[in-house]
Design a protein around this ligand. Structure first.
Ligand code: GAP
Length: 509
């Protein structure tokens, strides 16, 4: 059997997601829309399970703080569209942009900071640009077009090249040099109009992060919820970014979901809470079944810090080794000290007092913020990558199976019930068992085809248990329970079945 570190091909994963109802390209019958995805019946269940785990561990049952007591965090669900002054104050209107370059010939657009270039070490001839993952195409151009060896080239970032070198760069999807424009800043916010008139005064934005809705409601929560600093406000919801190059399936999309928590604390305690949340967040990712060496922390360099984090104790990313970044890693969650940038900015722009009055110390201050910000849709991708296996099935001469080894609490369907054959009272018995189980756990009923085939179908969607009603059910009141991961089968009395499954699911199989 293969182990957890096996390489997952994105092609196989994307194909399985489509075939088995996890993720479909959005508006596919019209040719799709780049950067938008729809979550199918199993995808939305998986996404909801991850969302529920985050909400439970953050809001309903938050972790124990450094003083031995549970920390205090409340939930929120704010509007996607807010007063546009929000985004002026937050800095998004002025600064939420990415550098992009256009290819004048093909009209393709690229994030300048993502483009890599093969640059000839001897300075002779053209350089060849490519997007990470597509280096083979550039190598072909070097070998066939330039009749040279890729080893004679250095791989550099496009942004490290001087503008006067652009004339010699062959763009990723062209053959001739000189078609790339200079990098230009491109604001990522989607704009819309509120009301009947499409004029300057009715201009508004779809939120590019859920965080600002939290800052806008900080005063409301403080005044209505009897919370005391330090405390947190958590929110899960959609965010929108007009990404220059949406890529890698659902990793970078234009519409996605975030799970963010703003932790309000005194400036003197920011280091303590930053360290605390770093640890807690890593623990949560591990609780989803993500294995150790595929997750890592990466501290932000000074020059990548966001405008709100410049004077903070730091920003760290939790990164995952995605199939398309391996052996390198890509961002999964950011944990940032946002200082008191946002509340101060909203105080200044709105004229509302954002100070907290500490009754014990009589001090008045604008709290600082530690923010763990993660992507829910990106979490779906990580959980799928982590669960995906192609295995040789022992003892069945090279037979293969594809299996999603989800942690049981994340599995979209917990149990499948089969009648062995469609006769001898088995369908009736299996239906009764299914009707009973479905009141407590997500269950499915499948009577179609050989049992082996039915097992494979459930393996592919990650169902931890299959229950087969057979001859023994009728004569001895037992069913056969088959475990997804070990493929072992066990006879269980029907009267014990629900408790058996409940215990196994709670114990993580
Ligand atoms: N409030 C801070 C903030 O939004 P961010 O690093 O820009 O920080 C947080 O976003 C998380 O949201 C990222 O770590 C990632 O998981 C997710 N995310 C950001 N842009 C995304 C996109 N275009 N598609 C999918 N997920 C995205």
């Amino acid at each position: 059997m293969s182990d957890a570190t096996q390489h997952v091909s994105m092609e196989s994963l994307v194909s399985l997601c489509k075939r088995r109802g996890f993720v479909y390209p959005a508006s596919e019958i019209y040719g799709g829309l780049n950067g938008f995805w729809d979550y199918g019946p199993l995808g939305v269940q998986l996404k909801n399970n991850i969302r529920d785990s985050w909400w439970k561990c953050t809001v309903e049952s938050p972790p124990i703080g450094p003083d031995g007591r549970p920390v205090s965090i409340v939930g929120l669900d704010s509007s996607i569209i807010q007063n546009p002054k929000t985004w002026v104050a937050s800095g998004h209107v002025g600064g939420f942009s990415d550098p992009m370059v256009d290819d004048r010939e093909t009209k393709q657009r690229y994030r300048a900071d993502h483009v890599k270039v093969y640059v000839p070490r001897d300075g002779q001839g053209n350089a060849f640009a490519f997007m990470p993952g597509d280096e083979a195409e550039a190598q072909k151009k070097i070998k066939r077009g330039a009749k040279r060896n890729p080893d004679d080239y250095d791989v550099l970032n496009l942004t490290s090249l001087a503008l006067d070198q652009y004339g010699n760069i062959v763009a990723p999807s062209t053959k001739e040099a000189g078609t790339l424009t200079e990098p230009r800043e491109f604001n990522l916010m989607f704009m819309t109009y509120v009301g009947a008139l499409a004029d300057e005064d009715s201009k508004a934005y779809l939120r590019p992060e859920t965080a600002q809705g939290i800052f806008l409601n900080y005063k409301n929560v403080l005044d209505t919820m009897r919370v005391k600093v330090p405390f947190g406000i958590a929110q899960i919801g959609k965010s929108f970014r007009n990404e220059v190059t949406p890529r890698n399936f659902i990793f970078r999309s234009r519409e996605f979901e975030q799970m963010e928590m703003e932790w309000f604390c005194h400036e003197a305690e920011t280091q303590k809470w930053y360290d605390f949340w770093k640890d807690e967040r890593m623990k949560w990712w591990r609780s989803l079944g993500v294995t150790g060496d595929k997750l890592r922390f990466r501290d932000h360099e000074k020059d990548e810090l966001s405008h709100y984090a410049k004077n903070g104790v730091g920003t760290v990313d939790i990164e995952y080794q995605y199939p398309f970044t391996a052996p390198d890693y890509g961002e999964l969650e950011g944990i940032a000290h946002r200082s008191n940038f946002d509340l101060s900015a909203h105080q200044e722009h709105s004229g509302q007092n954002m100070k907290y009055h500490d009754e014990a110390t009589k001090e008045k201050f604008i709290p600082h913020v530690i923010e763990p910000a993660s992507g829910l849709t990106r979490a779906v991708l990580v959980v799928l990558c982590e669960a995906y296996r192609e295995e040789e099935v022992d003892g069945v001469g090279g037979d293969k199976r594809t299996v999603l080894k989800f942690a049981p609490h994340l599995a979209p369907t917990k149990v499948a019930v089969f009648p062995l054959v469609k006769k001898d009272g088995m369908p009736e018995k299996a239906t009764a068992i299914y009707d009973d189980l479905r009141t407590e756990m997500t269950a499915t009923y499948d009577a179609g085809g050989a049992v082996g085939r039915r097992y494979r179908r459930q393996d592919e969607v990650g169902t931890p248990f299959c229950v087969t009603v057979d001859g023994d059910t009728i004569s001895q009141d037992t069913v056969t329970v088959r475990d997804r991961d070990s493929m072992q089968q066990e006879k269980v009395n029907t009267s014990r079945l629900k408790t058996y499954l409940r215990d196994k699911l709670a114990a993580g199989v």
